[in-house]
Design a protein around this ligand. Sequence first.
Ligand SMILES: Cc1cc2nc3c(=O)[nH]c(=O)nc-3n(C[C@H](O)[C@H](O)[C@H](O)COP(=O)(O)OP(=O)(O)OC[C@H]3O[C@@H](n4cnc5c(N)ncnc54)[C@H](O)[C@@H]3O)c2cc1C
Length: 432
Amino acid sequence: MLDKPLAPATRIVRRGASPAASEHEAEICVLGAGISGVSAAVEAARLGRKVLLVDGLPALGGQAVNSIIGTFCGLFSNGLEGYQLTHGLADDILRELGAEGALHYRRGHTTVVLYDEVAFGRFVERTVRAAGIAVLLGAVLRRVRLEDRRIGALELATRYGDVVVRATGFVDATGDAALAFAAGLDCREPAEGVVYGSQMMVLEHVDEAHYPTREAVSARLAEKAQSYGLVRHDGFAFAFPGRGTALVNMNHVETPLDPFAASATGFIGKEQADRSLDFLRREFPAAFGKARVRAYGLPGIRQTRWIVGRHQLTVDEVRQGTMFADAVARTAWPIEQHHNAEGYVWEPFAEDHLHYVPFASLTPAGLDNLVAAGRCIDADSAALSSVRVMGPCIAMGAAAAHALDLAGSDSVHQLDIGQLRRRLGANVDARP
Ligand SMILES: Cc1cc2nc3c(=O)[nH]c(=O)nc-3n(C[C@H](O)[C@H](O)[C@H](O)COP(=O)(O)OP(=O)(O)OC[C@H]3O[C@@H](n4cnc5c(N)ncnc54)[C@H](O)[C@@H]3O)c2cc1C
């Protein structure tokens, strides 16, 4: 028997004419809790900084969790014996999810690591809490308060009221350069055409014993995608061994920045995803005849708007593997451009190839306490396509944290770059 009354007392409330925003202070505020922002926040907290991690979604993990990206790319050098290029948070992910049986390595010329997105979502939450990071979710950036060459505070809207966040340093890990843009800085967008996103989904009741090869799926898509009403004529469905599930990436959807058009992308994407399930069921009935959708991700957004940094990483620098004095991240991931509706450009590199991201591509010249990380750093469209995958995103997040830690209340443009490089040696210089 409960001893509480059946009708607990209520009270009348009314919102004031201009309710005060709640105020919060941190040393480092990270806007965007995708893989880059989580890496930045965890690294900064482990450096002893008071960190606030903010996201517009009601959950942590950005696209890596909520769009069910499903594989970590760009974490290893090329070749069957490829070695790990990025450490820090990546070590924790590989160790903890590996121990849970939530990873599957696909080794080939490039290495991709499939992950269970549910396990990864919980890993992110546990890790962020264990690091003592303050979290503000469901908070969308509304305005930036500038103080000369510094960001002084962010004004955020949440369903529970407005919040003002003051900090010494800020990380723009929004993917869309939302912070740099709101601060009035120049940003880049594709001048013509679009970079397509994709609607990811996970299928269950897949028969692994009859699973087709990737080549067989590709060949059938090239032949028949159009007859199933599929915009994209390539893609893949990766099986997660032992689970009867498959991760499907088989469509292209525009991901505009207009609020109403952006709201429609999920519906368009799911229609395309449903058509791919129809294709898989009919073309490969032994494997997919009984398959059904277990989960759709939120719309997967590749490249929308990004910062103008002190250096724009170019496709030539990527192809040549240019090493920079201020390099903070590296990867061997191919150029992977999704600017055609029907397919994508895939330009893999040699086994010994590595390319690098300079700190100058993370830093807009106009502000002293802002560092970008992840898919909104400065690069030309092709170069960006090869460094926006999760391996280098983790490294860029770590770099942003160390740079703001070193800068304190001074400028990130006047750092001792040698000191920053030494701190980030594991992600730039280390070899097995
Ligand atoms: C379909 C698809 C497939 C991909 N496949 C792979 C793959 O297999 N492997 C791989 O490694 N990479 C892959 N990528 C690339 C990779 O997933 C992304 O580039 C990477 O996850 C980007 O991480 P991020 O932290 O920079 O940004 P995001 O994950 O996009 O995180 C940005 C966060 O910022 C928040 N935010 C944005 N604006 C605001 C605002 N104004 N106020 C508050 N919060 C805001 C968002 O809610 C979001 O959570 C893929 C991408 C797509 C789209």
